[in-house]
Design a protein around this ligand. Sequence first.
Ligand code: SF4
Length: 388
Amino acid sequence: MTLKKNTTEKYQGFEQGPIRPPSEAHSLLVRVTRNCPWNRCTFCPVYKDTRFSIRPKDHVIKDIDSVYRGVEVIQKTAREKGNVSPTEIPIAAENGDSLDPGAYSAALSWIRGGMRSVFIQDANSLIIKPGDLVEILVHLKTRFPWIERITSYARSHTIARISDVNLKAIRNAGLNRIHIGLESGSDTVLKMTRKGVNKETHIKAGLKVKRAGMELSEYVMPGLGGKAHSKEHALETADALNRIDPDFIRLRTLAIPNSVTLYDDFETGRFEKCTDLMMAEEILLFIESLNGITGMLKSDHILNLFQNLEGRFPEDKKKMLDIVRRFLAMTPDRQCVYQVGRRFGYFSRLGDMDNPRRLERAEKACRQFGITPENVDEVIDELMKRFI
Ligand code: SF4
């Protein structure tokens, strides 16, 4: 694919893209590209019907400068008045220019979040010229020298094509963590879901990121293989991660909203979705098969069945396995109440079922909506669509 920059594009003001990883909730979002240059993964709803584009480097620099001015004005106002209005945007003192409202509000939330981290958007920022990315990063660090972490999403396919020298230069300029949507290590599942990358490229890219001295966060999608490939998905994904040994493995369970391509296969029965019980069995096999690694497993997504399924390998492996085993050992009625309580937000972990008030609310929801072990997955599918 040839990617051309729109050199005639007029600056329209500060921009932010639609998503960031949950771990970047307090980060300043700096949009370098718009949307996803691949945009074909069958499970992904985020950039449907959008066009990919690279923002001119100068526009990104202007965004950073606008946030810088916003930070300056907010800090000055806070020093003088003791409080800052989130709705009234002041005039920048030095030259009388109005502040960019988007940049002002981004600056305000970033200050509240501690101004320690920045997330570069959108889906695959490393697709821009390495030299341009380095310039943007250097400018960020010049404006905000105290930033501790700069991170970005990137596709393995893109990283695998960047030279080690360029990746190191990007690292040295400040990008110190990359989030990759690995999703699966199974070539069957990757092909089936049109991820546009295979297991070997995932491994190559992961190892390159680590060689460049960046932290690596790999997203895994439980359930992506469906019933047919659940076991292969678990085993091959664990094998890929054993060979990469990323700093973070993050779980983000499959959901199938009406807007994704996979929905048609789901509706016609070509893709059979795993039940929560099967998903738990898949996760058990996956964690059992993770060996020789030292990173953290994180379960920081609302779609996940067990929010406390977190820990460092190898020391917390048994603790994590015990969580899943405990769920699998429960009676179908208890499992059903947990599933409902989790999806309604009453539970985040199995231990929450010991709280009588929370348990009563989950049981009441089951009664009210007629949810039983027989229909619970169907009802939950509908609920999960709301969180995508
Ligand atoms: S590469 Fe990422 S953002 Fe792009 S379509 Fe696939 S999952 Fe979505």
